[in-house]
Design a protein around this ligand. Structure first.
Ligand code: MIC
Ligand code: SF4
Length: 757
């Protein structure tokens, strides 16, 4: 099927045509009613009769679409190219959003990005043209916003090479964030293999009002479930409160489900989704969805007795939900906005706000911007000025053009805000922030989703707090964290006390969306002649060499390159910001390996002891030294290793540098899958206390690898420098198929062998 700028109705109808028969059959087979997630998954099973068990079986699914953003597409497509196929097997798109650095303003920054990233953009455009992939130029918007506007549909299923792909759950789609290698499976015509998820139900009652926003729902959920509470689960929202939320508000909630590690999050098809589909020119899809509406929501019995169908049920009353703010450093540290001032004072976090940022894939809808603008407008009318630098990143060209037409951007500009490109910008460290802003501990507030250290401006001095766009704007007006917009007043130019007006917004633009300048390039009819160029001298792109197959031997006496203390997210493993430019060059990007990881033996980030010569140097240098010396190694870590991004670089870099295993207390889902795909053993300590026994100069042996089997523990030995040996056991979640990948050296090696056979 040709790739177009929007999901064609035929694709949607094809999916809906399977629903009734499959769902009825499954209901009968299981002898019970079904949740929405189950219905959609069943409709996308590769083998409709396959057995599945929550949290246990790995199942093959057939997603309808693939979406890739530029920072992950490079590696995904470099892998795809090695499969030697003429075109992608399912409709796929590439979105250029991560590589634009925020410096001056949207227009100037876009031009600079086009010039600075020309080689990468040319590669992505030509590789897209060659293999039948739709290409969205830089400036057209952030992947998840564009997907919501153009490609998502209720009851559909997609994978995307970005952890916030679940944004499309706001439009009732099962949208799963994956590493590039998983996307390659789907694009090469193989199924997407994932563990059948557990199901968490979130029952929403009441209705939001005043300062409370959809963002507060997910900040609350993250507070309850924590950053690992959603691992391996689909979070399904239901109840009257769910129906009261706009489609883009639902998307905000689903988007940030990534922060609790959920496989994806999902809302049932309802009027708000129908309105959004119609407003974005997809009347036919809305009509088709109406036709299968009962299949696009949980069965009545599930709604009547959620506890009998979900593994866990959370209750949230939107009417009493207060505006929340989270941070610093972790997305699950939430509290009501009004409580932050006292906490910040007690903890010594600077109250003064050094920058306020609105936007990102999470919170840049028309509704978000109109609510935030309403506060600025009222403030301006009452002599209030913004006290912190304010920046806004529209989520898409369509949103930008529409808010420009409707005078909303003007309100931001009049308040002195900088309008940045329709791109990720400071959300992913693409922020040329003046050094004087962060050479000291400072506080920023954003409407983004993540707040790991160094994420936004590369500085560990910056403490990032995440909240709704309306609260960001209120805090920008106050200039201090110590302000509760619900109760506080601000002093205006005339010395009067002004209370901010409660934000009001419009769910959808009354005059419809203005599409702006289209950034979509369809693949040409004659694709065979398109040349894809990767210069051997390039420092940004490098063709991939297959990883070596397992040599059949156990791993003996491996040095511990890193024992990480505390959080070790993908940002700690493979930092973004300035390193984004090497995302298509495995060797060069390996120069950032573990730069953010905190060494448990010293408390210092980014460096450790080289066991070959005893020197202290940076982790990437040690890794290069081990690699060149042919010395395989392991890394050890704590809970939720690999939290955060889908970037498979965090698995490919260790693999490339000779890591044999990553041994931790627990893993985040996407990262664990990425390790398996690249042939690295992902092991978890059977006894979490073993972590504490691991010393700096110890070595680890991993034994019995020839007998690796699903569910079978792996025997390991910890060798102390004095010759003592401490046996310990590890668990893994590898299926037979995953073990095959390990033996072959990577999953891609198997695909290559199959497509070339
Ligand atoms: C992020 O929000 O961390 C990113 C940057 O979008 C990543 C993808 C990447 O690292 O390229 C994600 O969320 O998957
Ligand atoms: Fe981009 Fe930030 Fe969204 Fe990731 S979370 S896709 S970096 S806007």
């Amino acid at each position: 099927m040709a790739v177009t700028a929007s999901t064609p109705i035929e694709l949607v109808e094809g999916v809906y045509a399977r629903f009734e028969e499959r769902i009825d059959a499954a209901r009968e087979r299981l002898g019970r009613s079904l949740t929405l997630a189950e219905k959609i998954l069943i409709a996308h099973l590769d083998d409709p009769t396959a057995a599945f068990e929550r949290g246990v079986t790995y199942n093959d699914l057939r997603p309808d679409r693939v979406a890739m953003q530029d920072a992950t597409a490079q590696m995904a497509l470099l892998q795809f190219m090695t499969a030697g196929l003429p075109e992608v097997a399912v409709p796929s798109t590439v979105h250029c959003d991560h590589l634009i650095q925020a410096r001056e303003n949207g227009r100037i920054d876009l031009l600079a990005a086009e010039e600075g990233n020309a080689e990468v953009y040319d590669f992505l455009e030509s590789v897209s043209a060659r293999y039948g992939i739709g290409f969205w130029k830089p400036g057209s918007g952030i992947i998840h916003q564009v997907v919501l506007e153009q490609y998502a549909f209720p009851g559909g299923m997609m994978v995307g090479t970005d952890s916030h792909t679940p944004n499309a759950g706001g439009l009732g789609m099962i949208a799963v964030g994956v590493g590039g290698a998983d996307a390659v499976d789907v694009m090469t015509g193989f199924p997407f293999n994932v563990r059948w998820p557990r199901l968490i139900g979130v029952h929403l009652t009441g209705e939001l009002s005043g300062w409370s926003a959809p963002k507060d729902v997910i900040l609350k959920v993250a507070d309850i479930l924590t950053v690992k509470g959603g691992t391996g689960a689909i979070v399904e929202y239901f109840g009257p409160g769910a129906r009261s939320l706009s489609c883009t508000g639902k998307a905000t909630i689903c988007n940030m489900g990534a922060e609790i590690g959920a496989t994806t999050s999902l809302f049932a098809y309802d009027d708000a989704m129908s309105r959004y589909l119609k407003a974005t020119g997809r009347e036919q899809i809305a009509a088709a969805a109406d036709g299968v509406a009962p299949h696009l929501r949980p069965d009545d019995e599930v709604l009547a007795n959620p506890g009998g169908f979900y593994d866990e049920v959370i209750e949230i009353d939107l009417s009493t939900l207060e505006p929340h703010i989270n941070g610093p450093h972790t997305p699950d540290l939430a509290r009501p906005v009004g409580a932050l001032g006292a906490e910040a004072t007690e903890k010594g976090w600077p109250l003064e706000i050094s920058a306020a940022l609105v936007g990102s894939c999470t919170n840049s809808s028309y509704e978000d911007i109109s609510r935030a603008a309403s506060i600025l407008r009222h403030a301006a009318d009452n002599g209030l000025k913004v006290k912190a630098p304010l920046m806004i990143t529209p989520g898409s060209e369509q949103v930008r053009a529409t808010i420009a037409r409707d005078g909303l951007l003007e309100v931001f500009e009049a308040a002195g805000a900088t309008v940045l490109a329709n791109a990720c910008g400071p959300c992913i460290g693409q922020w040329a922030r003046p050094a004087e802003a962060n050479d000291h501990v400072n506080t920023i507030v954003t409407s983004y989703n993540r707040n790991f250290p160094k994420r936004n401006d590369g500085s560990a001095n910056t403490l990032a707090f995440v909240t709704s766009p309306e609260t960001v704007v209120a805090l920008a007006l106050a200039g201090t964290l110590d302000f509760n917009p619900l109760t506080g007043t601000l002093t205006n130019e005339a010395g009067e006390q002004v209370q901010l007006r409660v934000p009001v917004g419009e769910e959808l633009p009354a005059r419809g969306f203005d599409p702006g300048e289209s950034g979509f390039i369809a693949p040409p009819a004659d694709r065979a002649s398109v040349e894809v160029v990767v210069q051997p001298t390039s420092d940004r792109l490098q063709l991939l060499e297959p990883f070596a197959a397992w040599d059949g031997q156990d791993y003996l006496d491996l040095p511990i390159l890193l024992k990480a203390q505390g959080k070790c997210t993908t940002d700690h493993i493979s930092m973004a910001g300035p390193w984004l430019k090497y995302r298509g060059h495995l060797e060069n990007i390996s120069g950032n390996l573990f730069l953010g990881a905190v060494n448990a033996f010293t408390g210092v980030a980014g460096e450790g002891k080289d066991q070959l010569d005893g020197s202290t140097r940076s982790f990437p240098d040690i890794a290069r030294h081990y690699h060149e010396a042919g010395q395989p190694w392991v890394a050890v870590g704590d809970e939720n290793w690999g939290e955060g991004s889908s970037r498979e670089h965090a698995a490919m870099e260790p693999r490339f540098r000779g890591a044999k295993a990553i041994i931790v207390r627990s893993f985040a889902r996407i990262h664990e899958a990425n390790l398996k795909k690249q042939g690295v053993l992902g092991l978890t300590f059977d006894d979490p206390a073993t972590y504490d026994q691991v010393g700096e100069d110890d070595r680890i042996s991993i034994l019995g690898l020839a007998d690796l089997a699903p569910g079978r523990q792996v025997d390991c030995l910890l060798h102390k420098p004095d010759g003592t040996e401490i046996p310990f056991r590890c668990n893994h979640t590898m299926s037979d198929e995953h073990i095959e990948w390990f033996r072959a050296g990577s999953a891609l090696n198997i695909i290559r062998a199959r497509t070339q056979a």
